[in-house]
Design a protein around this ligand. Sequence first.
Ligand SMILES: Cc1ncc(COP(=O)(O)O)c(C=O)c1O
Length: 339
Amino acid sequence: MENIDWSNLGFGYMKTDCNVRCLYSNGSWGELEVHESEFLNLHMAATALHYGQESFEGLKAFKGQDGKIRIFRIHDNALRMQDSSEGTLMAKVPVDIFEAAVLKAVKLNERFVPPYESGASLYIRPVLFGSGPQVGVKPADEYMFIVFVTPVGPYFKGGFQTTPFVIMREFDRSAPLGMGKYKVGGNYAASLVAGKKAHELGYSAVFYLDAKEKKYIDECGAANFFGIKNNTYITPKSSSILPSITNKSLMVLAEDMGMTVERRQVAVEELSTFEEAGACGTAAVISPIQRIDDIDENKSYVFSPDGKPGVVCEALYKKLRAIQYGDEPDTHGWVTVLE
Ligand SMILES: Cc1ncc(COP(=O)(O)O)c(C=O)c1O
């Protein structure tokens, strides 16, 4: 595209040529539809609007040096959206429909996939919601699945950088037996006030502890946490965090690099023992953590006194990005090349 400044794109919405939709009614899914409009004609009693019957996904497509477009772990996102349907009693989008809709949305908007050199990518947003009306608290009979795409800039414009995070015990994001493990809108609504306060205090995101005991690490903003010590990659096991596909990938890469991987409860005090720490997710791959301030306890856990990312964080980040952009072979079968 002639007039898009690819390297200066942020993470925001930009209109593209079209979106792909699929409707569920009378117990079955229809055909994929291509729409140019960004707007929906939605029933005012749709369950999505009243009872939060909604889930979404986030994944990316990357243009390689060879000009090919690669989509990262599409299958895993399809399965995670099915899990979210289980948690909200929504109709499940079949994996083949999910994958076909994503591929079609990327293909039809191919001209919006940023060039390799820019370090930018195409963000893919599948969303599923109850579109059928209900006034009582009941699941809808009709569902709408939409995939839209939007180009997003490189997360680290000034190079791979560390940022500070903050523990604020006055806020919970999700309950231990609640919805935290699903990618549903309500979790994000529940995080807005805490996120705003963290930003106002100069932090990049909130560092959540488990809601019941405030003893164990859950996750950081919209990303999972990992810590590195003694050649070991350690990441929390919790019933109230989203199973991050980036984290799952990093665990495999850490093992490939000869590290031990532990997925277990991580007590907040253990933070003082980590050599490096990071937040991981689709947006940044890894956002290395400079320090975590526990403002209620008046404590600070510092991982990077000089502000520089640790060597393990940097190695994992480079490795995963190299696979996503096709600079290194996809030995784990994570990449779908667009035909
Ligand atoms: C709450 C939360 N945790 C973790 C993640 C990271 O997950 P993924 O690596 O699949 O993007 C996300 C973002 O998708 C998220 O919203």
